[in-house]
Design a protein around this ligand. Structure first.
Ligand SMILES: C[S@@+](CC[C@H](N)C(=O)[O-])C[C@H]1O[C@@H](n2cnc3c(N)ncnc32)[C@H](O)[C@@H]1O
Length: 339
């Protein structure tokens, strides 16, 4: 009997996954979705509106159709899908392309250093290209800073909504969002809970962007900003502290220090919420969490992602009690613990 030969398709699809990824990132960079949100167009119109060379425009647009990012009708008119129209039109508040712009400008080339990073354990971003470290590089350019902080809001929104729904906020009057960025989660919690006041704590350059966003949302009477560094300054005190996408940026000693400082900042009975793209305890399923951890190799000196069980263990070690993990979205979980 002839032996059946396994398929090679999955291997090749994954191996050339960067082709599709870069086609999408270039489409965001060129503003394809923003242009089509104004008005659907055929290939020739789009070529002229986007100032593209004629050679590959059809291949580029049809690739985006095949990837499920655009639709094309029988007349050859291209339009956004419902998803790309909602999330990738720069003029809409629901735009999340900022994080893809950052991936295109920075991560795409830095991931080219993955093999080297795996061999020497060192970051492969601005730090190796003789530029300042991640946050300094982002924050030295006001436009890049604003893009990054807004992108964090867009991309963290589903997680923020789940935290609002799954934590018992009615039992709480004050909270502090530690490393709040633009304040996506801070605003979401305050908006859903009129009885609560909150603090956004982050580095000084973040202040005007946070305050503008809070004013835009009409929450300036209940939300304030406290500038500072969670390594050099005390963490502000509140009944609940939230740390989202913070612990994974730092090495084990720094993670321990942040947990210790959180415990010190909380009153007795106060709670800490940590959320990240936590890896499943078996380390087999949450591909996004595992790749995020490799991204921390590319981006930071010692950061790494971790499982829910890891986090609960560190929280107990720091002196917290009643620690538990709850799933928030397909990729993200939160760990909650009490002082
Ligand atoms: C990856 S972002 C997470 C933002 C937000 N919590 C979220 O989940 O969308 C990390 C945040 O930590 C802040 N950060 C970095 N170093 C810090 C420090 N030493 N003290 C306070 N905040 C810091 C950054 O400015 C940034 O806003």
């Amino acid at each position: 009997m002839a032996q059946s030969i396994p398929s090679h398709e999955h291997i090749l699809q994954l191996g050339f996954g960067f082709w599709g990824s870069k086609a999408l990132l270039s489409a965001v960079e060129l503003g394809v979705f923003t242009e089509l949100a104004k008005k659907p167009a055929n290939a020739a119109e789009l070529q002229s509106r986007l100032k593209l060379h004629p050679r590959s425009v059809r291949d580029f647009l049809d690739t985006l159709v095949a990837l499920g990012m655009l639709e094309r009708d029988a007349q050859g008119t291209y339009r956004n899908t419902a998803e790309t129209d909602f999330y990738l039109d720069r003029t809409k508040p629901s735009y999340i392309g900022g994080i893809l712009e950052m991936a295109n400008q920075r991560l795409y080339r830095f991931w080219g250093g993955l093999t080297q990073g795996l061999q020497n354990g060192k970051p492969q971003n601005e730090i190796t290209h003789n530029e300042p470290d991640l946050f300094t590089a982002l924050y030295s350019d006001p436009d890049r800073l604003e893009t990054f902080l807004k992108a964090m809001t867009g991309v963290s929104r589903p997680t923020a909504r789940a935290i609002v729904a799954k934590f018992p906020w009615r039992e709480v009057k004050t909270f502090c969002d530690v490393g709040c960025a633009q304040g996506g989660l801070t605003v979401e919690i305050a908006r859903a809970n009129p009885h609560i006041t909150g603090i956004g704590f982050d580095l000084k350059p973040v202040q005007p962007i946070f305050e503008h966003f809070v004013r835009e949302n009409g929450l300036a009477d209940r939300l304030s900003f406290k500038p500072g560094s969670f390594f050099e300054d005390p963490i502000p005190s509140a009944e609940v502290l939230v740390m989202g996408h913070i612990l994974h940026d730092w090495d084990m000693d720094e993670k321990r220090l942040l947990l210790k400082k959180s415990l010190e900042a909380l009153p007795k009975g106060g709670r800490l919420i940590v959320y990240d793209a936590m890896i499943d305890n078996e380390r087999r399923e949450n591909t996004f969490g595992l790749l995020m951890s490799l991204n921390m190799l590319i981006e930071t000196n010692g950061g790494f992602d971790y499982t829910g069980a890891d986090c609960v263990g560190w929280m107990r070690e720091a002196g917290f009690r009643d620690a538990y993990v709850e799933r928030l979205t397909g990729t993200h979980s939160m760990a909650v613990a009490t002082k």
